[in-house]
Design a protein around this ligand. Structure first.
Ligand SMILES: NC(=O)c1ccc[n+]([C@@H]2O[C@H](COP(=O)([O-])OP(=O)(O)OC[C@H]3O[C@@H](n4cnc5c(N)ncnc54)[C@H](OP(=O)(O)O)[C@@H]3O)[C@@H](O)[C@H]2O)c1
Length: 322
């Protein structure tokens, strides 16, 4: 299991966490055996990579750092422009900034955050190949790409991991992306593995979201849909009780039980939550339990969309042909 550090400069609720406490969470996770950290240029932007670089400095050589490029972000100021930018010259300059912020000489796993509809994926692969030749990038991956783009990317330069949303709340990748990863021998990293907090029981029918919290514009959490979708949380809570564990651990252990090459990256800004999540590694399901849980899950229908339309439009995109 990994640790998602996206919210360490600003939480979903729009509060700003204590920097020293974020370092402490990053370091305690390592002390507990966690060695996989997930960041992105876009988080902050830039600031989360700095927090992660500071946090892991004492043990940088013993861990895997994953980060992502692809949004149109000013290289110097971190100001966000509209849309995406995966032009090869830009990607190379983005990586230089990442190395400085992360206080390292190489990025273990570099993802394209979203497919750029202006840039053939073969050109992106070419830029990554050059960065690999220089030793600045060790492995690459894609996030929320169209399936044909994944095939083409893998043919151009072997892909190590795909990062897509996947959880008991959103099971879309089971249709085509997980079978494709299995076929091509690519690892899968589920983002929002706790359903952006929903699967932990931290959200109920009375929850309303702060202005600026993206969950407030996801219709799966609308006041109309929340009460119905909570049947999933009730199911998870029943299993947590039965297995003498917590709902978060059930949600993460279920993901890890799907395939040995699935590695969730729960995100948190709270020490207690990190310790809760990391304990999922000790929760297992035998075949009978998994069948029973999956049968119960199959009866749950989630109402509403996983993302607002303007954000969803960046997912499943196929890169142009070269
Ligand atoms: N590739 C992409 O496009 C993409 C998109 C989104 C996310 N990601 C990556 O995936 C990581 C995780 O995703 P995510 O943060 O969106 O969603 P998540 O891991 O499903 O859930 C995070 C939310 O749950 C809360 N939480 C975490 N552990 C908890 C626990 N044990 N009990 C109660 N609440 C808990 C967190 O709040 P507290 O801080 O209060 O714990 C936070 O609000 C991110 O950090 C990022 O690295 C990637």
């Amino acid at each position: 299991m990994g640790l998602g550090v996206q919210n360490m400069s600003r939480t979903y609720q729009t509060t700003i966490p204590s920097r020293s406490e974020m370092h402490r969470i990053i370091r305690t996770a390592f002390d507990r055996g966690l060695t996989f950290y997930d960041a992105a240029e876009a988080y902050g932007p830039h600031e989360v990579e700095r927090i992660l670089g500071e946090g892991v400095a004492p043990f940088r050589n013993e861990i895997v750092i994953a980060t992502k490029f692809g949004w149109n972000i000013d290289l110097e100021t971190g100001a966000r422009g509209p849309g995406l930018n995966s032009r090869p010259d830009h990607v190379k300059r983005v990586v230089e900034g990442m190395l400085k912020r992360l206080r390292t000489d190489r990025i273990d796993l570099l993802y394209q955050h979203r497919v750029d509809p202006q840039v053939p994926i073969e050109d992106v692969a070419g830029a990554i190949q050059d960065l690999m030749t220089q030793g600045k990038v060790l492995h690459w991956g894609l996030s929320e790409m169209g399936p044909q783009t994944l095939r083409r990317a893998h043919a151009a330069l072997p892909v190590t991991a795909v990062q897509n949303e996947y959880s008991m709340l959103w099971r879309g990748p089971e249709q085509d992306i997980l079978p494709l990863c299995e076929e091509l021998g690519i690892g899968f990293v589920p983002w929002s593995p706790l359903g952006v907090g929903f699967l932990t029981g931290a959200i109920d029918e009375n929850t309303r979201f702060a202005a600026g919290d993206i969950r407030g514009i996801e219709t799966r959490f609308s006041p109309e849909n929340l009460p119905r979708n909570l049947s999933l949380v009730r199911l998870i809570e029943t299993w947590a009780e039965r297995k003498h564990t917590t709902p978060a651990r059930i949600a993460l252990a279920w993901l890890m039980a799907q395939k040995p090459w699935i590695v969730p990256i729960p995100g948190t800004t709270q020490m207690a939550h990190m310790l809760d999540n990391i304990g999922a590694a000790d929760v297992g399901f035998d075949d009978g339990e998994l069948q029973e849980l999956n049968a119960a899950l199959a009866k749950v229908t989630i109402q509403g969309e996983r993302l607002p339309p303007a954000v969803l439009a960046f997912s499943g995109v196929e890169a142009p042909v070269k």
